[in-house]
Design a protein around this ligand. Structure first.
Ligand code: UFG
Length: 325
C-alpha cells in the first residue's frame, strides 16, 4: 500500500492532516524530530520515524525503507518575529531541509509534493482580499524562506517533472472537534491561544497596536480552522493524482476579523471577562491580511466548514481546558 510521508506530522497542522489522511484509509508515515511536535499528537494508525530533516542519512533511510508515494511537507520554523532575529536559521531549516527532502524524493521517483506555504509570501497587501496572483514580495525572512521553497519546487517541476501544490495558509487556529488534537507551542505567540490563556488565568492579553488603518484600529486577519486546512490537503492530494501540475492555492475564509472582534467573541464564548491591555505594534505585522479563496473553491471544490469564529473559539477553548499535551 503506497504511503504518504508527512514531515512535521507531530506538529499542530501536520497532525490534523495526518489524521485526516488515515481516516481516508491511506497509509501515513510521520517523520518528525519532536523538537516542536508532540509524541501524543501522532494520530492512531500512523507509522512514526523519529528523524532529523537536516541529516541526509535520516531522510535517505525513510525513502529506502518505505514505499512513499507522495510527500506532505509541514516541518519548519514558523514565527515571523523569530525569523527577523535569526534569519540564517530560518533559511537553514525551511529552505535547506526542503531542498534535501525534494532532492531525495526525486532520486526515489517520488514526484508528488504538497508544501505548507503561507500568506506571508505576499508581503504588504496591495489589495484586499489577496488572490494567488497578488505579487509576492515577502517582508520577513520567514516569508522569504517559504517563497524560496515555492520557487525551488517550480524549478524542480521544470527540470524533473515534479508535481507540486503550495498551500498558502492564512491564520491557522482552532482544535480538533473531538478534543484530541490542538495547538501547543512553546512559547505561545498566536492570538487565539494567547487570548484564551489570558481568559483562564485572568491575566491581560496584549493588543499589539490600536492605531492601524482599520475600522477599530487593530489588525485584521483571516482565521481558518485547522480541520479545514487538513481537508485542503486531502483535496490537493487528489488533484496531484489526477493532474500533472505545479500550483498555488490560498486556504482561508475570505472574512477578516480584528483583534478586538476576536476578544469580544471570546468573552461571549467563555463567559469570562478576558482582560486586555494596549501594547505597541509588533514589528512586521501588516494591518490587514484577508484571503480570496475562490481558486481553491473553484478548482479543488474546497470550502471551509468549521471556520466561523464561534466554532473556532469553542474548539480552542475546549482544548485549552483539557489539553492532552
Ligand atoms: N496579536 C496580538 N496579541 C497577541 C498575539 C497576537 O494583538 O498576544 C495580534 C498580532 O499583532 C496580529 C494578530 O494578532 O495582528 C494575529 O497574530 P498571530 O501571531 O496569531 O498570527 P500572525 O498573523 O502574526 O502569523 C500567522 C502565522 C504565521 C504566518 C503569518 C502570516 O502564525 O506563521 O500568519 O502573516 F507567517
Amino acid at each position: 500500500m503506497p504511503m504518504i510521508l508527512v514531515t512535521g506530522g507531530a506538529g499542530y497542522i501536520g497532525s490534523h492532516a495526518a489524521r485526516a489522511l488515515r481516516r481516508q484509509g491511506l497509509e501515513v508515515l510521520i517523520f518528525d524530530d519532536l523538537s516542536r511536535g508532540h509524541r501524543e499528537a501522532i494520530p492512531q494508525g500512523c507509522r512514526f520515524e523519529d528523524g532529523d530533516l537536516g541529516r541526509p542519512g535520516d531522510v535517505l533511510r525513510v525513502f529506502q525503507q518505505y514505499p512513499i508515494d507522495a510527500v506532505m511537507h509541514f516541518a519548519g520554523l514558523s514565527l515571523v518575529g523569530e525569523s527577523m532575529r535569526e534569519p540564517a536559521r530560518y533559511y537553514q531549516h525551511n529552505v535547506g531541509e526542503a531542498a534535501l527532502l525534494v532532492k531525495t524524493a526525486l532520486q526515489h521517483e517520488v514526484d508528488r509534493f504538497i508544501f505548507s506555504s503561507s500568506c506571508s509570501v505576499y508581503g504588504q497587501p496591495q489589495r484586499i482580499p489577496m488572490d494567488e496572483e497578488h505579487p509576492c514580495s515577502p517582508i520577513s525572512p520567514y516569508g522569504r524562506s517559504k517563497r524560496t521553497v515555492e520557487l525551488l519546487l517550480e524549478d524542480c517541476r521544470r527540470a524533473h517533472g515534479l508535481r507540486y501544490i503550495n498551500l498558502r495558509y492564512f491564520n491557522a487556529c482552532g482544535a480538533s472537534l473531538d478534543g484530541r488534537l490542538g495547538e501547543s507551542h512553546q512559547p505561545e505567540t498566536h492570538l487565539i491561544p494567547c487570548i484564551l490563556q489570558a481568559a483562564r488565568r485572568d491575566r491581560p492579553v496584549h493588543i499589539f497596536g490600536n492605531d492601524y488603518d482599520t475600522p477599530d484600529g487593530t489588525c485584521i486577519r483571516d482565521y481558518i480552522h485547522v480541520e479545514d486546512l487538513a481537508t485542503g490537503h486531502l483535496v490537493a492530494l487528489e488533484r496531484l493524482h489526477e493532474n500533472d501540475v505545479g500550483e498555488c492555492f490560498n486556504l482561508g475564509t475570505g472574512k477578516g476579523l480584528s483583534v478586538l472582534e476576536v476578544i469580544e467573541e471570546t468573552r461571549r464564548v467563555t463567559g469570562l471577562a478576558v482582560p486586555s491591555k494596549q501594547a505597541p505594534r509588533r514589528p512586521g505585522d501588516p494591518a490587514m491580511l484577508v484571503c480570496d479563496p475562490s481558486r481553491a473553491r473553484r478548482q479543488l471544490s474546497w470550502k471551509p466548514r468549521h471556520s466561523d469564529l464561534t466554532t473556532i473559539l469553542q474548539s480552542a477553548w475546549a482544548w485549552e481546558n483539557d489539553r492532552r499535551y
